[in-house]
Design a binder for this molecule. Structure first.
Ligand code: FMN
Ligand code: FES
Length: 534
């Protein structure tokens, strides 16, 4: 297949995108994709609503069959005002088409969104198909009168291309598309996820929202039949196809069905940025040469829960606990896991010990308060491990720096023979976990804010005096990590400083994009320990 660019408005761009809500949900990740992946011609944003939305409580994503997912993210986004501010700072190259996805509950909300965001966009995609919201989404898509009103409201306010995103399970997808096109839509995107549907594990609803929309491998047949129906009825309208595209053959199948651009989302689960680059360049070569090498690049995704039983708990302080489980959990230093309490929620945790599994945590929000109620014999589910272990060069001298719960995050590194020094800080002796000791016990440095153990003050006070390392691993509260990096930057190269800062980690498999750092890197697949290298 010769790759045909797609003409959208006054731009001609490569016909590939990552569909809305996947990976590039933060402005920093959009900018990164724009710079790093030449094959992506259309940059589709997360669906933006007038007001900020927290979305649903985790779990928001589950894998119901290999490479097939069900999600109920619930349109988490910062709202149009904040998003517009982030777009002000965004640099999008001329050879990319910025497609801003918007989601309102009424035509008036779409009016506000268009007025605010159209000036930044090359085109708008109206999400009339989200299965995970109480108002708007699918309800609008199923009512041709509101579709007409919504689309004509938007098209009367902008002369940029307007795409309407359709759900596969609309009562009549052709009727909805007809209403949109008659009201001035210039293109269609199909399909959104299939839902709302349930997914249970051992009798429990996995998604806290109970129902979600299905994506990935299992929905391709449905996606193809929707695109075929749309192309049969609207031959001159461009269609961005998404839904289960994994390989060049899938792209060809959608092209034969009538699509002119292709969105690849779920197929990219677990891929780091370097792997995304390789995936897209291989896809192009596969399409040009008739090969099928992308299939080897798809990752096996492990989201399966395993049931554990609590055997012990230690209450180190009123709000600080260690739970001990009945089994071991295979993981490397630096990796993390998710703990799931059915009907309560799910959160990521560092692994204090693997054999048996031990988790240290402080009570901060609703989930950890429920977690803190667990007692011996109670059951709990874990999935993982996720993330990667930083590679520690053989002849380096390594210092570990941990604060608060971050001590749990560095404990597994202490086994490494290169560990020269361990710096630990907490607010008082009750919140201090003494990690495995370095070879020389004199190289363990303790600090507490109230002076109840070790130095009275901050762990970084000790680091600045006693450091004797050329490779650093930091884990703890953001302020501590930033202060540690400042000291360490004067002692070694940025690529020898690894730090873990708590970003919002929701899916762990690289899809939801919520864990992106300031450089647009998703810390769940590239980290959580990220080098300080820019
Ligand atoms: C985690 C996740 C979040 C999503 N968020 C949105 C969204 O905000 N807006 C939207 O129109 N579609 C959203 N979708 C649907 C995708 O854009 C896409 O239509 C769907 O996943 C099918 O493509 P795929 O099988 O390649 O993943 C989301 C899908 C996933 C998996
Ligand atoms: S992409 Fe979802 S948590 Fe990282």
């Amino acid at each position: 297949m010769r790759i045909k660019k797609i003409r959208l408005g006054n731009k001609e761009v490569m016909p590939f995108t990552i569909p809305s809500g996947i990976i590039s949900t933060e402005a920093s990740s959009l900018e990164r994709l724009a710079k790093e992946i030449p094959e992506i011609g259309i940059l589709t944003t997360k669906s933006i609503t007038p007001e900020p939305r927290l979305g649903h409580r985790e779990p928001v994503l589950a894998q119901y069959a290999q490479n097939s997912f069900i999600n109920a993210v619930g349109l988490t986004n910062q709202g149009m005002e904040e998003f517009a501010r982030s777009l002000d700072r965004l640099k999008i190259p001329d050879d990319k088409f910025l497609l801003i996805s918007i989601a309102g509950t009424t035509p008036d909300e779409f009016r506000q969104l268009t007025k605010k965001l159209s000036p930044y966009a090359d085109g708008l995609e109206l999400n009339l198909s989200c299965p995970n919201v109480k108002q708007g989404g699918l309800q609008i898509g199923n009512d041709s009168r509101i579709v007409r009103e919504t689309v004509s409201t938007v098209t009367s306010l902008t002369n940029k291309p307007v795409f309407v995103k359709l759900a596969p399970n609309l009562a009549n997808i052709v009727e909805t598309a007809m209403a949109a096109i008659e009201a001035g839509a210039n293109g269609l995107t199909a399909i959104n996820t299939k839902g709302p549907e349930e997914y249970k594990f051992e009798g429990y609803d996995v998604l806290t929202n109970k129902k979600g929309g299905k994506s990935g491998r299992e929905i391709i047949t449905l996606g193809l039949s929707c695109v075929q129906k749309l192309a049969d009825n609207f031959s001159n309208i461009p269609i961005i196809a998404c839904g289960g595209i994994f390989s060049a053959n899938d792209v060809l199948a959608y092209e034969n069905a009538g699509a002119s651009a292709f969105g690849i989302g779920s197929a990219l689960a677990m891929m780091k940025d370097s792997e995304l680059r390789q995936y897209f360049s291989t896809l192009i070569r596969d399409l040009e040469d008739g090969t099928n090498n992308t299939s080897n690049l798809i990752k096996k995704v492990n989201m399966e829960y395993r049931k554990f039983r609590v055997t012990d708990r230690y209450d180190l302080a009123d709000d600080f606990h260690v739970l001990v489980m009945d089994c071991s959990f295979e993981a490397q230093a630096g990796q993390f896991l998710f703990a799931w309490l059915p009907e309560k929620g799910e959160k990521p945790f560092s692994i204090l010990e693997t054999t048996p599994l031990k988790i240290a945590f402080s009570e901060k929000g609703c989930f950890t308060k429920d977690f803190a109620k667990l007692k011996p014999k109670d059951e709990i589910y874990f999935r993982g491990p996720y993330g990667i272990s930083p590679e520690i060069p053989k002849n380096s001298k390594v210092a570990l720096v941990g604060g608060g719960c971050g001590i749990a995050g560095i404990n597994l590194f202490a086994e490494n023979p290169n560990i020269e020094q361990v710096f630990i800080g907490a607010k008082d002796i009750d919140h201090l976990i003494i990690p495995r000791k370095p070879n020389d016990p004199n190289m363990l440095f303790l600090a507490t804010e109230d002076g109840s153990a070790g130095h009275k003050g901050l762990v970084t006070d000790l680091l600045s005096i006693y450091h004797n390392a050329d490779f650093f691993i930091n884990c703890g509260p953001e302020a501590m990590v930033k202060a540690a990096i400042e000291i360490e930057s004067q002692l070694t190269f940025p690529e020898r400083i690894y730090s873990s800062i708590d970003y919002m980690t929701r899916c762990g498999v690289g899809l939801c994009g919520s864990c992106a750092n300031e450089q647009g890197l998703r810390t769940c697949v590239e980290g959580p320990f990220m080098s300080n290298k820019k």
